[in-house]
Ligand binder design. Structure first.
Ligand SMILES: Cc1ncc(COP(=O)(O)O)c(C=O)c1O
Length: 461
């Protein structure tokens, strides 16, 4: 423990406002207000500098699967730091990276046996694109470079990952982005086109067939990969319709396109399985992961790759011409192993599977509110879509959305003691992704806070 005296609140705020640059944040909003400052975490809760408690309904940022304040996991990192704090995976291995790769390969479906570590989700997404491009060069199909992904899907912010992200507003200031990003429909059944709006299976078949049409339009010989999340986050948790991924797999096989399951959010228990693809019964060619692999006790990302994709890289003088200094950091690997130990010892997957029905049912109670249009998701991952008119599903215009989300809901939910996300990158939604240790008492607390704040929001409209 540091012996330095605790810093007083006012001077910390001052320094935060003067020196710290927050991500995706309007700093002008803090001209006359404090920046929220979280100082401590314990289990499902975090605490601010005044000691006020908040239920962490978003696991920080879809990260803290095992919850906060686990000294055993933190200590695993500290022990590793003392033993070997750093050595690169460039030409060398170290035991924790090997053990973690072996363990992840044992969890992964099919022949996904090879792990390439990164330090973040964006790097994982971008690495998978580079791997695919170089793979096709090595296997005699050098014209394949394009990547398909879904409208309003978020796949990260570095230039390559941003080219795959399907959110025009966050791409625009950085155009031109790397060429080759192509959009296909997402699986938002609540907003399905009229001709499939009554039949979720037909909707899923249509959305998957649109992928085939996009591949044919672009020219199959130019398409390298498609990136899909098991449950799409951005837009508010779109689960896949039954049969969707099976049809996508068929299409990818037919046209030689690699299926990348972007599981930066959906892996490590979020959907009750180590990997989200298991829940929906498909085997991708690559899984990208980050966040929950360490539950945030250290940063880490990576990709699981099939033996088939590794094969050309094992031949002759070839190597994957890509790497980052801190990938597979020994401390992060040790923490990830300790995190996975917690998953096993405390049966967190079992907890999610046993309680997800209760979580859904508790959130669905909110459907009696006039502002709640749709409650959707799977596992411990839910989106609540807000509407102006339930009968017509009319959404809010930009101005209303701005007043509702930024002007009121985001602050009001936090002030009421709930960390969650009010987002309008698609239609306005509130997103929940709590620690996997949550049980009914936490679901009830979320529901009560949401009920009270959403009722006030409706009254203000
Ligand atoms: C599906 C998905 N892919 C990629 C990313 C980017 O991850 P990171 O923020 O670690 O770069 C995210 C981040 O939320 C994500 O949700």
């Amino acid at each position: 423990m540091s012996s330095a005296p605790a810093r007083d609140h006012a001077s910390l705020q001052q320094a935060a406002k003067r020196n710290l640059w927050l991500h995706f944040t309007r700093h002008s909003g803090f001209a006359d207000a404090d920046i929220p400052m979280i100082v401590r975490g314990e289990g499902q809760y975090v605490f601010d500098q005044h000691g006020k408690r908040y239920l962490d309904g978003l696991s920080g940022l879809f990260v803290s699967q095992i919850g906060h304040g686990r000294a055993d996991v933190a200590e695993a990192g500290a022990r590793q730091g003392a033993e070997l704090a750093y050595f690169p995976l460039w030409s060398y291995a170290h035991p924790r990276a090997v053990e973690l790769a072996e363990r992840l390969a044992a969890y992964a479906p099919g022949d996904l046996n090879r792990v390439f570590f990164t330090t973040s989700g964006s790097e994982a997404v971008e690495s998978a694109w580079k791997l695919a491009k170089q793979y096709f060069r090595l296997t005699g199909e050098p014209s394949r470079y394009k990547v398909l992904s879904r409208y309003i899907a978020y796949h990260g912010t570095t230039h390559g990952a941003l080219a795959i992200t399907g959110l025009p507003d966050i791409k625009m200031p950085f155009e031109p982005l790397p060429a080759g990003g192509v959009r296909v429909p997402n699986t938002n059944f609540y907003r399905a086109p009229a001709f499939v709006a009554d039949d979720v299976v037909a909707f899923g078949a249509w959305a998957a067939d649109e992928i085939e049409r996009a591949i044919l339009r672009e020219g199959p010989e130019s398409v390298a990969a498609i990136y899909l999340e098991p449950v799409q986050n951005s837009g508010g948790c779109f689960p896949p319709p039954p049969g969707y991924f099976q049809r996508v797999r068929e299409i990818c096989d037919e046209y030689g396109v690699l299926l990348v399951s972007d599981e930066v959010i959906c892996a490590f228990g979020r959907l009750g399985h180590i990997f989200g693809c298991e829940r929906y019964g498909y085997t991708p060619d690559i899984i990208t992961f980050a966040k929950g692999v360490t539950s945030g006790y250290a940063p880490m990302g990576g990709m699981m790759v099939s033996d088939r994709l590794m094969e050309p890289y094992l031949r002759d003088t070839h190597s994957f011409l890509h790497g980052v200094t801190f990938a597979g950091h020994p401390v992060s690997c040790a923490v990830a192993l300790a995190n996975l130990d917690v998953f096993e010892k405390e049966d967190l997957l079992g907890n999610v599977r046993a309680n997800e029905g209760a979580f859904r049912a508790t959130l669905e109670r909110l459907s009696d509110l006039p502002i709640v249009g749709d409650v959707r998701g799977d596992g411990y991952f839910y989106g609540i879509e807000m509407v102006k008119d339930k009968a017509t599903r009319e959404t809010f215009d930009d101005d209303e959305s701005e007043r509702l989300l930024r002007g009121f809901l985001s602050h009001a939910l936090f002030d009421a003691g709930l960390v969650c996300r009010a987002d309008d990158r698609g239609d306005p939604v509130i997103q929940l992704s709590p620690p996997l240790t949550c049980t009914q008492e936490h679901f009830d607390e979320m529901e009560q806070i949401l009920r009270s704040v959403l009722t006030q929001a409706w009254q203000r409209l």
